[in-house]
Design a protein. Structure first.
Ligand SMILES: [Zn+2]
Length: 458
């Protein structure tokens, strides 16, 4: 999946201009796409400007029109990559498998089957994973703790050193790829984070040419991707899920394609925006390298220790009840009674309860749970030794006046963590020459603080 910063902040379609400049990169991509069987309607056009590629309508489009089709054979995935046997043998999966495949192809340069596509990708998507220490300090106080980025980066390096690098000596195929190093791996990792799609059970995370050119803009989505996700795990066929060996070859032929379809009528000259998941600003920044000033899906998280600081000296605070709340695990709350707790003991330590206020300033389920526990009458609290009963109860619990007051106390405590005030941040944003990293950090802070002020003022 991908994102273009300028586009997402530019509400109008005034950027549309007739194609004045001959774009060699795009031309190269076009003929490659044709060769790969990727088809698109004459009614759409790909344009390139300083911020990258975007897709526009060249005539009015109707709802439910397929605007382009990409055969699954044209995508870059763990199954289409020349590394597929190594990936299987080494049991690599998900982002790591695709990052390795992408890095390999990029380092092959013109020898890569995907080169015309690869050379059309942005050099870098400026994700926080690439920010230096100085830039990361701007995020202090926000829900995106700079130390988590530093930790993630260290993990990426560790994976590279311990899992990826040893493969280069072990498998001869890697002799083909020049300049394979941590930097090229890191670049590939950022592209995978921001542009890859989860295609189906067989291909998993994949780079999908053309589909990844469509930008994203919350609230303006007008196209979506269509693709059968449930396929045979062994051959990728869409005709069956259970693989049947004798008819295998027939099945392989039935690997179909991915298409982009319009959600609504689209006016000529409008940009086409793909539907993406609803992400908070922090997640947008992590994945796409930008944030929205008016993001209806934004949230502010508040850590249990911050909540504790805020409420531990209140009359209604009860230590036993607090500990009971802490003992409830996120996994239980999500009601995914998956029985893999034993496998997951690595997660045990960071299984901190996820408390947050949403864009409307409303407490989430976990926070409401704490409030119910704290303010429940003795008999009612006693009946909640059965967590399921408690969770059921919370679903129908309205936020009482007492609970609201507790939320205000928590929100004020959370606000005290930031170094600057909302007004100072807003003033900072006025600077037209603000470096983008600083700008995104300020937008994140402004949005988080607005949510917290909402909690306090309501
Ligand atoms: Zn099969």
């Amino acid at each position: 999946m991908k994102q273009k910063q300028q586009v997402s902040h530019n509400g109008s379609n005034k950027r549309f201009k007739p194609n004045q400049k001959y774009d060699k990169t795009l031309d190269y991509l076009n003929s490659w796409m044709e060769k790969k069987g990727i088809t698109w309607k004459q009614s759409i056009i790909v344009r390139k400007d300083a911020s990258g590629h975007s897709v526009f309508a060249t005539r009015d489009l109707k709802e439910d029109e397929i605007v382009c089709t990409v055969p699954k054979t044209a995508i870059l995935s763990r199954k289409t990559s020349p590394l597929r046997d190594i990936i299987d043998e080494e049991e690599l999966a998900g982002g790591m498998a695709l990052t390795l495949c992408l890095m390999y192809e990029m380092t092959l340069k013109k020898k890569s089957e995907w080169w015309p596509y690869l050379q059309s990708l942005p050099q870098v998507v400026d994700l926080p994973m690439y920010w230096d220490e100085q830039a990361l300090t701007h995020l202090e106080g926000t829900c995106l703790d700079p130390s988590t980025i530093v930790e993630e980066n260290a993990l990426l390096l560790e994976d590279y050193q311990s899992i990826i690098k040893p493969l280069f000596r072990k498998h001869a195929i890697f002799n083909e790829g020049k300049y394979m190093n941590f930097e090229s791996y890191r670049r590939a990792a950022g592209l995978v984070a921001s542009r890859a799609f989860s295609v189906d059970d067989f291909h998993d995370l994949s780079m999908v040419p053309l589909c990844d050119i469509f930008n994203h803009k919350s609230g303006s989505e007008n196209v979506h991707m269509e693709c059968q996700a449930e396929v045979c795990l062994e051959c990728g066929s869409e005709d069956h899920v259970e693989h049947d060996a004798p008819t295998h070859d027939e099945h392989v032929a039935n690997v179909k394609s991915i298409s982009m379809t319009t959600n609504s009528d689209i006016k000529c000259k409008s940009e086409l925006f793909n539907v993406y998941e609803d992400l908070s600003n922090v997640d947008l920044l992590l994945k796409y390298g930008y944030a929205h000033e008016n993001n209806p899906f934004d949230v502010v998280s508040i850590k249990p220790d911050v909540i504790h600081n805020a409420i531990h000296d209140k009359k209604w605070f009860d230590k036993n009840r607090w500990e009971y709340w802490l003992s409830i695990k996120n996994t239980k709350l999500e009601e995914e009674e998956e029985e893999n707790e034993e496998e997951d003991d690595g997660d045990e330590e960071d299984e901190e309860l996820h408390c947050e206020f949403n864009a409307e300033g409303k407490p989430n389920h976990t926070l409401l749970l704490l409030l119910c526990i704290m303010f429940a009458k003795k008999e009612q609290y006693a009946s909640w030794k059965n967590v399921k009963k408690l969770i059921q109860h919370v679903k129908s619990q309205a936020v009482t006046k007492q609970m609201k007051e507790a939320c205000v106390i928590m929100a004020k405590e959370r606000l005290s963590i930031y170094k600057d005030s909302l007004d100072e941040d807003l003033e900072g944003l006025q600077d037209k020459h603000l470096p983008s990293r600083h700008k995104w950090s300020l937008i994140i802070k402004v949005c988080e603080k607005r949510i917290l002020h909402k909690v306090v003022e309501e």
